[in-house]
Design a protein around this ligand. Structure first.
Ligand SMILES: CC(=O)N[C@H]1[C@@H](OP(=O)(O)OP(=O)(O)OC[C@H]2O[C@@H](n3ccc(=O)[nH]c3=O)[C@H](O)[C@@H]2O)O[C@H](CO)[C@@H](O)[C@@H]1O
Ligand SMILES: C=C(OP(=O)(O)O)C(=O)O
Length: 428
C-alpha cells in the first residue's frame, strides 16, 4: 500500500496529455464479449479498473493481448463462467459483464458491483431493462443471476437517467431478436463511444446521444478495431488543477465540447480558457471569483468533477455553492478539506464554500476516486506537505498521475505505507 505526498505551492506549467476515457474503457472491454472474432481497442488508459476488467475477461476464457495502451481481445473461447465474487467487487463497471454475458450466452452470474461509495447506487434500472428483454433475474447472496431462453427486443423507459443502465441494456439488446427502444436514455459521450464500437462490430443502433436509442437486434457480431475517446473527467481534473495552481497549462488530446459546462464555469471565475483543435489552454487570473455549480446529467456539470471543483472554490473570493443532484451524498472529501483549513459547510443538501483561504498541508484520506482528485489538487495548492492515503482509489481512474503532475512542475511522490500506518487505516 502506498501514500501520495505533495509539497504544495509549485505552479503548474507546460503540457499534459489526456488519456483514454475510464468510463468508456470499462464498458468497451466487456462489450468485446459480444463479438465472435478479435476486437482491438486502442488508447486505453493504464489504470487499475482496466487491468481488473482485463483479468475478468481472462477468467471467462478470453485471450487478452496487450501492446502498450492497445489491447486485442480474442472472445472465441469465452464461456458463461459465473463471477460471483473476487475482482467484480473491486469496481463499479463489472456490472457490464451482466449485459454483455446475458446478450452473448443468455445467462450470467455476476457479483454486485463495487466502485466509489457515493451514497446508495442501485441497479434497479439495469434489472428492469434485462427483465423487459425477457431475462429472469434473481438477486441471491450478493450476486445477480440472469437467465433467458431468448432475448426479445422491448420498449424500455428508464425511470432515472442512468449511464450504466443505458449501456448495459444496449449490450444485452444488440443480439436480441427484434427492436429495442430505450427511452429517457443517458447521453454521455461514453455511451456514444460504446455504441460506435458495437456498430463497428455489426450492431444496428440509432439515436445515441439523444434520449431515445433504437436498436435492431442482429444474429451475431464480429471483431473490429476501435480507438477510445479522451477522458473528459481527467481533462476536467487537470483543467481545475491548472485554474487552482497553474501558470499556463495546455491539455492535449481533449474533446473540448465534452467539458463545456466546466469551461463555462472556469471562464465565469475569471480563468483564461482557450480552445483549439484537440487542445485546451488554461491560465488563471487572480483573484478568482466564486461561482455556484449544480451537477446534472450530460451535458450539464458532471458529478465526477464536483469534488475537484469544490477544492478550487476554496481559493475564490466569496461564497460558492455546490449542489450535486446526481449523488447528494458525494461528500466524503469535505471533512478532509476542512482538515486542510477549508471553510466549508454542508447545509440543506448543498455545500457552501467560503473563500479565499490558504490551504495547509495535512494527513488526509481519499475515500473515493474523485475525493482523491480533490485532495491532490488541494495538496498542490497548500502550504507545506500533504499526505494522502487511499491512493488505490485514485489509481482506479488516473493514469500516471504522479508522473503527469511532476512533468507539469509539481513536487509529488509516492511512499510505501509503514506497518503502523497500515494498521491505523485498518482500524479507522
Ligand atoms: C463506470 C461509470 O461509468 N461510472 C459513472 C456512471 O456511474 P453509474 O452508471 O453507476 O451512474 P448512473 O448514471 O447509473 O447513476 C445516475 C443516478 O441514477 C441512480 N440510479 C442508477 C441506476 C439505477 O438502476 N437506479 C438508480 O436509481 C443513481 O443512484 C444516480 O443517482 O455515471 C455516474 C453519473 O454520471 C458517474 O458518476 C460515474 O463515474
Ligand atoms: C464514480 C466514479 O467511478 P465508478 O462509477 O467506477 O465508481 C467516477 O469515475 O467518478
Amino acid at each position: 500500500m502506498q501514500k501520495l505526498l505533495i509539497e504544495g505551492g509549485h505552479l503548474l506549467n507546460g503540457k499534459v496529455k489526456i488519456s483514454g476515457a475510464k468510463n468508456s474503457a470499462v464498458a468497451l472491454l466487456p462489450a468485446s464479449i459480444l463479438a465472435d472474432s478479435p476486437v482491438t481497442i486502442e488508447g486505453l488508459p493504464q489504470i487499475s479498473d482496466v487491468y481488473t476488467l482485463s483479468d475478468l475477461l481472462e477468467e471467462i476464457g478470453g485471450q487478452v493481448h496487450w501492446n502498450g495502451q492497445n489491447v486485442t481481445i480474442h472472445p472465441e473461447k469465452m464461456v458463461a463462467m459465473p463471477l460471483p465474487n473476487g475482482k467484480v467487487k473491486k469496481l463499479r463497471a463489472s456490472y457490464y459483464f451482466m449485459g454483455a454475458m446475458l446478450g452473448k450466452f443468455k445467462k450470467a452470474v455476476i457479483g454486485l458491483p463495487g466502485g466509489c461509495y457515493l451514497g446508495p447506487r442501485p441497479i434497479d434500472q439495469h434489472i428492469k431493462g434485462f427483465e423487459a428483454l425477457g431475462a429472469e433475474v434473481k438477486n441471491e447472496q450478493g450476486a445477480i443471476y440472469l437467465r433467458a431462453k431468448e432475448l426479445r427486443g422491448a420498449r424500455i423507459y428508464l425511470d432515472v437517467v442512468s449511464v450504466g443502465a443505458t449501456i448495459n441494456i444496449m449490450l444485452a439488446a444488440v443480439l436480441a431478436k427484434g427492436k429495442t427502444i430505450i427511452e429517457n436514455a443517458a447521453k454521455e459521450p461514453e455511451i456514444i463511444d460504446v455504441a460506435t464500437l458495437l456498430t463497428n462490430m455489426g450492431a444496428k443502433i440509432k439515436g445515441v446521444g439523444t434520449d431515445v436509442i433504437r436498436i435492431e437486434g442482429v444474429p451475431s457480431l464480429h471483431g473490429c478495431k476501435h480507438t477510445i475517446i479522451p477522458d473528459r473527467i481527467e481533462a476536467g481534473t487537470y483543467a481545475i488543477a491548472a485554474a487552482a495552481q497553474g501558470k499556463e497549462v495546455i491539455l492535449d488530446n481533449v474533446i473540448t465540447q465534452h467539458i463545456e459546462s466546466l469551461l463555462a464555469k472556469l471562464r465565469e471565475m475569471g480563468v483564461t480558457v482557450e480552445e483549439s483543435d484537440e487542445q485546451l489552454y488554461i491560465a488563471p487570473r487572480q483573484p478568482l471569483k466564486s461561482v455556484d455549480i449544480k451537477t446534472l446529467v450530460y451535458p450539464g456539470f458532471p458529478t465526477d468533477l464536483q469534488q475537484p471543483f469544490t477544492t478550487l472554490l476554496t481559493k475564490a473570493d466569496n461564497t460558492g455553492i455546490v449542489t450535486d443532484t446526481i449523488y447528494s451524498a458525494r461528500l466524503k472529501h469535505i471533512d478532509e478539506l476542512r482538515r486542510m483549513n477549508a471553510v466549508i459547510k454542508v447545509q440543506g443538501g448543498s455545500v457552501i464554500v467560503n473563500g479565499p483561504v490558504q490551504l495547509e498541508g495535512a494527513k488526509v484520506k481519499a475515500s473515493d476516486l474523485r475525493a482523491g482528485a480533490a485532495l491532490v489538487i488541494a495538496g498542490l495548492m497548500a502550504n507545506g506537505v500533504t499526505e494522502i492515503t487511499g491512493v488505490e482509489h485514485i489509481d482506479r481512474g488516473y493514469e500516471k498521475i504522479t508522473e503527469k503532475l511532476t512533468n507539469l512542475g509539481a513536487n509529488i511522490w509516492r511512499e510505501k505505507l509503514t506497518e503502523e500506518e497500515i494498521l491505523q487505516i485498518r482500524n479507522s
